[in-house]
Design a binder for this molecule. Structure first.
Ligand code: ZN
Length: 420
């Protein structure tokens, strides 16, 4: 990824890690940070919950870049999964066409929101050969087992969680808590013959009418949901990469299972930290496809809402606090964007401290822009406190925009991703 920050350097990132329940420093030695964020299942357009997640991890990347790190960012796209197939069947469309259309809409939305693109954007289908190899290895090691499919024509494969003492380390949940969501989040606790009802599916044998791929010794079939992220992350980032990210609805089972499968394969922890974006609701309910209460990025764009205002609306809420999308939040963001732009685009105010300063520097400069940049860097490096960062720019704008305004605009884009 390119270095995007202005002059000077930000401090090391501190961020909340779900696995330890603490805010801790994530600033890898060696100059390169590695991030994996779970991508979309491409059957419906990008809603504010998705957008909040990808903007949050975009901020995290910007803090790392500003701190002088290179970043390798990998995201998957779950281009084969039950919800996608069900939606395609319901709508009478080809599932591959549905996926391709939704993937390009998602990428347009992300570009409009000025979200830096991943270095590797990998489809689950692309990763199937690695999945097959991983499952074969786990079977050979005795950490996975097969069960005959109902039609007797193939075998499904499950990870044997009893062999994995690290299971539970990501979520820290009790088994009761796990059972509360396991079935509704794609698990199959009632499948007869499973050794532990929580054992995750690694490979599903081909059933009539379902898409399938060659599985070598596993036979025709398709991978389970979690193994795709395990193998894509291991291939493109290696063992024990720095941050695994996603929404809080992925903590269990998805991130727990992805991690335990990686541990089973490599003997090493999957990621160093697990960072989760809180859910975004609408009218007191979680925004979700199944509830049909979605606010879509693409719909707002079509209405003519400036994507930078959408981004500011998302940034006005801290990533760890669940919140409801409201028209008022968007209106405030529109007003804030206009106020910032008016100041940045305006003439320098006489007497503004440091205006037209000869050094023009940002970091270490005595000018007002230097202290604003320091405030921005501090806020974002402190568990991605974007609301505090926005308040700092508000205060600067309210003071008439003292100092080098062009330098402020550069810093606001580099650090917050907001184009002024
Ligand atoms: Zn994932």
């Amino acid at each position: 990824m390119p270095q995007i920050a202005g002059p000077g350097r930000g401090g090391p990132l501190r961020v909340h890690d779900t696995a330890t329940g603490t805010v801790r420093e994530v600033h890898p030695e060696g100059g390169r940070a590695r991030l994996y964020v779970c991508g979309i299942t491409p059957y419906d357009a990008t809603h504010m919950g998705h957008a909040a997640t990808y903007v949050t991890f975009d901020l995290l990347i910007r803090v790392w870049l500003d701190a002088g790190l290179d970043v390798t960012y990998v995201q998957n796209v779950t281009d084969i999964d039950e919800p996608l197939l069900e939606r395609a069947t319901r709508d009478g469309v080809d599932w591959q066409d549905l996926a391709a259309g939704q993937i390009s809409l998602f990428q347009e939305d992300m570009e409009a929101l000025n979200v830096l693109a991943p270095e590797h954007y990998v489809g689950a289908i692309e990763g199937i050969p690695d999945d097959v190899e991983a499952v074969r290895h786990l079977l050979a090691e005795g950490t996975a087992y097969s069960l005959p499919a109902e039609d007797g024509r193939g075998e499904d494969v499950y990870l044997d969680l009893a062999t994995q003492p690290s299971f539970g380390a990501v979520s820290g949940w009790s088994r009761e808590e796990m059972f509360e969501v396991f079935a509704e989040r794609g698990g199959d606790p009632d499948r007869p013959g499973k050794r532990d009802r929580l054992d995750p599916l690694l490979w599903r044998a081909h059933r009539e009418g379902e898409p399938h791929w060659p599985g070598g010794p596993l036979g025709e079939g398709r991978p389970g949901w979690h193994i795709e992220c395990t193998t894509i992350a291991l291939r493109y980032l290696g063992e024990s990469f720095d941050v695994q990210g996603g929404g809080t609805d992925l903590i269990f089972p998805h991130h727990e299972m992805s991690a335990v499968q990686a541990q089973a394969l490599t003997g090493a922890p999957f990621a160093g930290a697990y960072v989760h974006q809180a859910m975004v609701g609408l009218d007191g309910e979680k925004m979700s496809k199944s509830k049909g209460n979605l606010v879509l990025v693409s719909a707002l764009r079509r209405e003519g809402v400036d994507p930078m205002a959408i981004r500011l609306a998302l940034l006005s809420q801290h990533y760890r606090t669940p919140w409801d999308w409201t028209q008022r939040i968007l209106e405030e963001a529109v007003e804030r964007l206009a106020a910032w732009r008016a100041v940045v685009g305006g003439q320098a105010v006489a007497g503004g401290a440091g205006a037209d300063s000869a050094d023009g520097g940002v970091n270490g400069a005595p000018g007002a822009e230097g202290s604003l940049v320091t405030e921005l860097r501090t806020a974002l490096a402190t568990d991605l406190d974007s609301p505090a960062a926005l308040r700092a720019v508000d205060a600067w704008a309210a003071a008439g925009g003292p100092g080098d305004r062009a330098a402020v605009a550069v810093a606001v884009e580099a650090l917050l991703g907001v184009r002024l």
